[in-house]
Design a protein around this ligand. Structure first.
Ligand SMILES: Cc1cc2nc3c(=O)[nH]c(=O)nc-3n(C[C@H](O)[C@H](O)[C@H](O)COP(=O)(O)OP(=O)(O)OC[C@H]3O[C@@H](n4cnc5c(N)ncnc54)[C@H](O)[C@@H]3O)c2cc1C
Length: 314
């Protein structure tokens, strides 16, 4: 694969910075990291693979990350890298979007693969994970968001040398005013760590009936998850419980899908389960094509029977 000249990276987390620097080394001749943080963090970026660090200084508590967009934009216009890879955190996405808009282009989002064929070509999932699309930006600098796992961090090399260039902060003309910050109660569930998960879908007719699935989950030591409409349609369960391409991606030992049709966007979140069991009253439901075991039946009859059986066997 041919290489481009300059790759820039922006990441909030150190692990992401390491991965993006490693990706940068594969794709480009020179890697530069834009760092907003301590002097030590600039040194880290070099040991993780950057040749140059554009240091925006330490983060000032009175600022927001987005306030640095103007400063980075001026740098981009001056240095004209071929590719800017940004970690897709909430702030990263915001920064990438604002930079791209200011440069008259779009962000290519959630790269699954980046290839250089003279120009930068970016492949990402579309249709909720059912297909891949490859795109190429027509502007000089391609701006891409790149998530975890696309590149593997290189072992840190403390002997690496690089340049640290301090960049003057440019005050943005239209700042956003922070009105309030407050802590939110911590998440009550870690579905990713659960060995067994009972997923409920729109086959459940009422919010109160979720307790049947909760009772079954309790019997088998499982967590309760759900399809997206349950969390982001009728809002019967919190969003951290929904599974799928836009929710949690799981790898449990057992996934029991209850009243879930098995659309691809949901299956992306569970197809790495060791065993999938489905309960659905429609024998043609797509979930049965992916299930190891299927029970065709009304969940309001099947679940109480399962609960009774598990209770009896205790
Ligand atoms: C861009 C995009 C991203 C998306 N991301 C996600 C995602 O991350 N996660 C996700 O889950 N979805 C996602 N979706 C939505 C997804 O396409 C489906 O609409 C959703 O998964 C369907 O949820 P469901 O299976 O609960 O409901 P339905 O498709 O309505 O299925 C309900 C099932 O319950 C069965 N049923 C009904 N009554 C009973 C009963 N009494 N007993 C037994 N079975 C019964 C029915 O036969 C049916 O199969 C996304 C969609 C888009 C477009």
């Amino acid at each position: 694969m041919s290489k481009i000249k300059k790759v820039w990276v922006i990441a909030e987390k150190e692990s992401a910075l390491a991965q993006l620097c490693a990706g940068g080394r594969q794709l480009g001749e020179e890697v530069a990291a834009v760092v907003l943080g301590t002097k030590e963090e600039t040194g880290k970026a070099i040991t993780m693979g950057a040749d140059t660090v554009y240091w925006l200084g330490e983060f000032k508590p009175e600022n927001r990350m987005e306030d640095y967009v103007k400063t980075v934009l001026e740098l981009l216009k001056q240095e004209r890298p071929d590719l800017l890879m940004v970690q897709p955190t909430k702030r990263g996405k915001l920064i990438a979007g604002r930079l791209a808009a200011s440069m008259g282009t779009s962000v290519l989002v959630d790269a699954a693969k980046i290839k250089i064929d003279e120009k930068v070509q970016v492949t990402h999932l579309v249709y909720g994970g059912a297909a891949f699309r490859t795109e190429q930006s027509l502007t000089e600098t391609t701006i891409v968001t790149v998530g975890a796992g696309v590149y593997t961090a290189l072992p840190e090399d403390t002997s690496r040398q690089g340049n640290v260039i301090s960049v003057d902060y440019l005050e943005p003309s239209n700042k956003v005013k922070l009105l309030e910050k407050k802590t939110k109660p911590s998440a009550t569930v870690n579905l990713g760590a659960a060995k067994r998960v009972v997923g409920v879908g729109r086959g459940i007719a009422n919010q109160e009936d979720i307790k049947i699935a909760e009772e079954l989950a309790e019997q088998i030591g499982a967590e309760v998850g759900c399809s997206r409409p349950i969390a982001e349609g009728v809002n019967w369960l919190p969003t951290e419980r929904y599974i799928g391409v836009s929710g949690a991606i799981l790898k449990p030992e057992v996934y029991l899908a209850v009243g879930i049709s098995g659309q691809v966007q949901h299956l992306v979140g569970v197809n790495q389960a060791k065993v999938i069991i489905a309960v659905n009253k429609d024998k043609a439901a797509p979930i049965f094509k992916h299930a190891d075991y299927g029970i065709v039946g009304d969940l309001y009859k099947v679940l109480p029977l399962l609960i009774e059986k598990f209770k009896a066997n205790k």
